[in-house]
Ligand binder design. Structure first.
Ligand code: SF4
Ligand code: SF4
Ligand code: SF4
Length: 205
């Protein structure tokens, strides 16, 4: 550079500056792309995981439903926190996530045979608290009218039992034919808003 004319020095300085800025822009774009790709892969994985979960939305895993637990699993959370899924779900999760099979963590509950809620309708005071608690919109009723459980939609999550002020809801063993375990519901149960929609509709009558 010694002995270079001043305009040439300016030019080479400017070139270096442009190259440095272009490099920074490229690096920034690469980081953004990598971040997006990593989020997309994690989202894909969490959807695959969610398809393996029972969709009872009971919250025993410590999350507000199956989808949040699936997201946590994609991020590395333990695979043994879902009592309704039990050992079978643990095995499927272990296979998908290539992790060792472990026993169900008893602090989250125990695996039980499939059950279904039953409302003793003659005792029901129509307070609607069970409808508000049901995550899968499996209870039919209106304010001040008797409520009943839609058997084919009940997942046996128990969430309606505790809110009932007259203790008229029992969980009964579900009569099963063939495979004695939960099956993936056909409806999209991933949204908890359905019960709110039903309640709003009932209240509006
Ligand atoms: S079924 Fe219950 S415990 Fe299992 S993932 Fe869904 S919300 Fe969690
Ligand atoms: S009716 Fe009760 S036990 Fe059945 S899914 Fe709804 S809240 Fe769970
Ligand atoms: S919470 Fe109990 S009393 Fe209230 S509507 Fe439901 S079943 Fe009836």
């Amino acid at each position: 550079m010694v002995g270079m004319p001043v305009p040439a020095l300016w030019l080479s300085g400017l070139t270096l500056l442009v190259v440095a800025i272009a490099g920074l822009v490229l690096a920034w774009r690469l980081c953004r792309w990598l971040g997006r790709e990593s989020r997309r892969q994690r989202q894909d994985l969490s959807e695959q995981i969610n398809r393996l979960l029972p969709q009872t939305q009971c919250g025993q895993c410590g999350y507000s439903g199956c989808a949040p637990y699936a997201q946590a699993l994609a991020g590395g959370d333990a695979i043994n926190r879902c009592p309704p899924g039990g050992e079978r779900t643990i095995q499927r999760l272990a296979e998908l996530l290539q992790r060792p099979v472990v026993r169900l963590d008893p602090t989250h509950g125990i695996e039980q045979p499939a059950r279904i809620a039953f409302i003793h309708e003659e005792q029901c005071i129509g307070c609607t608290k069970c409808i508000q608690a049901c995550p899968v919109d499996a209870i039919l009723g209106a304010p001040k009218f008797m409520h009943t459980v839609i058997a084919r939609e009940c997942t046996g999550c128990e969430l309606c039992v505790e809110p009932c002020p007259v203790d008229c809801i029992d969980l009964l063993p579900m009569p099963t034919v063939g495979e004695p375990h939960w099956q993936m519901p056909e409806r999209d149960f991933l949204s908890s808003s359905s019960s709110e929609v039903r309640l709003a509709r009932e209240v509006g009558r």
